[in-house]
Write a protein that binds this ligand. Sequence first.
Ligand code: 3HC
Length: 308
Amino acid sequence: MSAPTLVAHGIRRLGVLGAGQMGMGIAMVSAVRAKVPVLIYDRSPEQVKKGLSLMDKLLDKDVNKGRLTTEQAKEAKERVEVVGAEAALKGLRDVDMVVEAVSENLQLKQAIFASLAAELRPDAILATNTSSISITKIAASAIPEGLKASSEEGKKAAARVVGLHFFNPVPVMKLVELISALQTSQETLDRARSFAVACGKEVTVSKDVPGFVSNALLMPFLNEAIMHLEKGIATRDDIDTTLKLGMNHPMGPLQLADFIGLDTCLAIQNTLYQGTGDSKYRPAVLLERMVDAGWLGKKSGKGFYDYN
Ligand code: 3HC
């Protein structure tokens, strides 16, 4: 099949909401590869500090490896502007696209999309990096209160919402999954695809089903590995080594679950379970308990492995 013709993405300025590992990675590839100025906001200044210092380290490494000149790395750093809440609201009025990369929580995303819809220019794209939540549901929340979803204005408001699903670590992973809500316009899809390509990514398309293609296949695999550990079928190391050496996976499933974040894995698994009603997606009790304990994987210093 021939690749779709790329349209101009027209993104001259990007907003990113959430400076976690995904948000910061998206900001970085947008600044380095697409060469677009990025405004990034996170309600936790600590998170932003951590993200910026990782980005600086990665850019310095790119310079040391000869992939970027010192000047290019400096320009990329200068393209990323961190803003506080008030400046974010003002600055976002001027962006051509926002990528939301906050935690995997429907209510939070709906509240964000409702306020973005009110603040952003009508031609700006509202993209979500959700891992599993329905893009159609998120798009519905971008319709201003008082407008009917079936009215021309209501349809237009929701038509600019799209799923743009990056993978962790964003600077390394080559894929972006593109997901259309029922309401998404072809123009929004085409521009979002072009932007992902400008960020150096290959794009695959999934329907708006729980977990899309990627996580509908990955999460049950990780969950099953956790159940194997729970049942004592094999040790942590034997489970991970089996998949690493037997199947050439870069990481074993328990290490990968830690890397993604166990709270994120649980949230996605719950979306699959609730969204399909199929008991095969029931989260492993051990996964729930690890999250209860605050053992969220690499980011918290403890998961199936210790990181301190
Ligand atoms: N951020 C940016 N770059 C990173 C990184 C990070 N967090 N971690 C590693 N890298 C870079 C390194 O700097 C190195 O770059 P270089 O080649 O330019 O020097 C390169 O990745 C390789 O790193 P290492 O040599 O240290 O380690 P590995 O060879 O073990 O690779 C890995 C690390 C790329 C993370 C590899 O283990 C891997 O591919 N793991 C699987 C990752 C994966 O499956 N991601 C998808 C998760 S699912 C998802 O994100 C969807 C979501 O919805 C849940």
